[in-house]
Design a protein around this ligand. Structure first.
Ligand SMILES: [Zn+2]
Length: 308
């Protein structure tokens, strides 16, 4: 706003020959009739916006914000500890560039107890995970993010995040939490070379990182450990234990990262970006969820009055 007033003031005092010298476009730019590129192209990154631009960004995004969720954990012998964080942010930021949304800064405070035996793992308590996530979304909402899409980049969060979304029903909220649990595979694309299980730091994830952060991918080290399924538990599939992961993949590596290619990574990551874009669009036009939530919160205050 300040910029525009200054420009208008300059416009009024320009001498007659001035317009000829600078041209019509530049003159209109000065007047603020045509907004300069730097003024309209807002960063999608929360931390890069000024307070004034943040207000505009929230309006432009229709209150839709992304919370890309990563983790710090070992990724085989060849990928960085922050692989999930780096890749989820790459996908989320590129998606928000295509369909505008405000993207929350680095967030990596999730469930990762199963990798506590490996160096560099940061595993916060359950209480803190839930409390920090709640206070983060509360603060996002207080700042206008009334629709929050948690973009999950870490498999170990697959129970935490739906549980967190369910927890939002416990007491009234003026915002909706949406969980996008990384659907990244789609039919077609380059053929995979490995045939076995590929859960963690294997062909897919290594390819993705080779595409997003080639300088951090040490593919020559991928064979130093085995990512094969050790099958050390003999239980029927319908029985769950917390130790299942460690029992099968004690090196915190599942698959074969050595056969990764940039082409497969490009295919996967673009599919992921497309999914996030779709999610942002769906969320922006979702008028139903906030309404239904409010109806639910209201009824839940006096359940005995509820009629069929
Ligand atoms: Zn990962």
């Amino acid at each position: 706003m300040k910029m525009r007033r200054d420009a208008a003031r300059i416009g009024r005092v320009v001498p007659g020959g001035f317009m000829k010298k600078i041209g019509v476009t530049a003159f209109l730019l000065l007047l603020g009739v045509i907004p300069a590129r730097g003024q309209t192209k807002l960063s999608v990154k929360w931390e890069e916006l000024t307070a004034e631009d943040f207000r505009t960004a929230i309006q432009q995004s229709k209150g839709t914000c992304l919370l890309p969720f990563g983790i710090l954990e070992k990724h085989g012998p060849h990928l960085p500890l922050g692989t999930d964080l780096l890749n989820v942010r790459y996908a989320a930021l590129h998606a928000a560039e295509q369909e505008f949304a405000v993207v929350f800064p680095e967030y990596y405070f999730g469930q990762i107890f199963e990798a506590k035996h490996e160096p560099g793992t940061v595993a916060y308590s359950v209480e803190l995970q839930l409390k920090l996530l709640q206070e983060t979304t509360d603060e996002m909402a207080r700042n206008g993010c009334k629709k929050i899409v948690i973009v999950n980049g870490h498999g170990g969060n697959e129970h935490l995040l739906p549980y967190f979304a369910q927890e939002q029903m416990a007491s009234p909220k003026d915002y909706v939490v949406y969980v996008l649990d990384g659907e990244r595979s789609r039919p077609g694309g380059p053929a995979k070379k490995s045939t076995g299980i590929d859960y963690h730091a294997g062909e897919n994830e290594t390819s993705n990182t080779l595409y997003t952060h080639p300088e951090l991918t040490h593919i020559d080290r991928a064979k130093r450990e085995s990512g094969a399924d050790q099958k050390r538990q003999n239980l029927p599939e319908f029985l769950y234990t917390g130790i299942w992961w460690y029992a099968r993949f004690p090196e915190h590596y599942s698959g074969d990262g050595s056969v990764a290619t940039k082409e497969l990574g490009e295919w996967n990551v673009h599919g992921w970006i497309f999914t996030i874009v779709e999610a942002i669009r769906a969320v922006k036009t979702d008028d139903a969820s906030p309404k239904i939530q409010n109806e639910f919160y209201e009824k839940s205050k006096h359940p005995l009055d509820t009629r069929q």
